[in-house]
Design a protein around this ligand. Structure first.
Ligand code: HEM
Length: 125
């Protein structure tokens, strides 16, 4: 399968919604992540749905509203340590399960997000 087909293959907007809701439910309870995220994750989740939609090969919703993602730069205000990277990925692994994203997409998505998360680290422990 091709990278650009992931969005369609996993079930489009409904699948992205399920994944992102399951993800921020975990983020909001994770002791390593609570200190850097806002209390109200509604807007964060809305932007993440836009971003992941285009990341998976769907319509470019994030760019349309916010311009180039420049994700590493946008994360610079937040100290992202290896522990926080691990916490983020742990939440994502749980969310991929809860949202019932099927193989081979689940593994493929997790691998790509791991690379992106590694790139986002900007602070030592
Ligand atoms: C925003 C943390 C990795 C995509 C944010 C925010 C925090 C954060 C604190 C700001 C939330 C807000 O103010 O609304 C982290 C941590 C990561 C991580 C600890 C661990 C490595 C990632 C990865 C992606 C990503 C891998 C991409 C898949 C985004 C997006 C936003 C965001 C799209 C919204 C940016 C905007 O304001 O337009 N992240 N992040 N993050 N993050 Fe991450």
């Amino acid at each position: 399968y091709q990278q650009g087909n992931i969005y369609e293959s996993i079930g489009g907007a409904e699948a992205v919604d399920r994944l992102v809701e399951a993800f921020y439910k975990r983020v909001g309870k994770h002791p390593d992540l609570i200190p850097i995220f806002p209390d109200d994750l509604t807007e964060t989740a809305r932007k993440q749905k836009q971003f992941l939609t285009q990341f998976f090969g769907g319509p470019p919703l994030y760019i349309q509203e916010h311009g180039h993602p420049m994700l590493r730069a946008r994360h610079m205000p937040f100290p992202i340590t290896p522990t926080r990277r691990n916490a983020w990925l742990e939440c994502m692994a749980g969310a991929l399960e809860e949202a019932e994203i099927e193989e081979p997409y689940k593994t493929s998505i997790y691998e790509r997000l791991t690379m992106t998360a590694n790139h986002m680290m900007n602070t030592e422990e």
